[in-house]
Write a new protein. Structure first.
Length: 133
């Protein structure tokens, strides 16, 4: 029977949420807005509870299924857990963004910002699962 650590799921989701606040805030906000074609007015039109609540719910969903992956493998070393999380982001998220951004005519810069966020976030999620189980 697989056991998924709910404390690790919540902590991993929280880290993803916090990294997002930094990534799409002080680190890359202006460049991301320009590359995505999103104005300040566009940002203000979105209801914060919907955006942040939805983002956290999706982080929980991703973290839960990452926990499921680690639970099914069982016994991975901390290094392997982090590298597996990084690999999930690289193989599935980054490539999916790449395909979508190519067809949508989005910039490489936007792809790098969004992909970088997931590479960092999933790696940190992997570290949390290595630490908390």
């Amino acid at each position: 029977m697989w056991t998924i650590s709910l404390s690790a799921v919540v902590a991993a989701a929280a880290v993803g949420f916090l990294v997002g606040g930094l990534w799409y805030g002080p680190l890359f906000l202006k460049v991301w807005q320009r590359e995505a074609g999103i104005s300040e007015l566009d940002m203000k039109r979105r209801h914060p509870a919907y955006v942040f609540g939805g983002a956290f719910a999706l982080q929980l969903f991703a973290a839960y299924f990452m926990g499921h992956v680690f639970a099914t493998y069982g016994g991975l070393s901390p290094k392997s857990t982090i590298l597996t999380a990084f690999g999930i982001a690289l193989a599935f998220v980054v490539t999916a963004f790449g395909v979508n951004y190519l067809f949508a005519g989005r910039s490489v810069k936007l792809w790098a910002i969004d992909s970088g966020y997931y590479l960092v976030t999933y790696s940190l999620m992997g570290a949390i699962f290595a630490w908390l189980g």
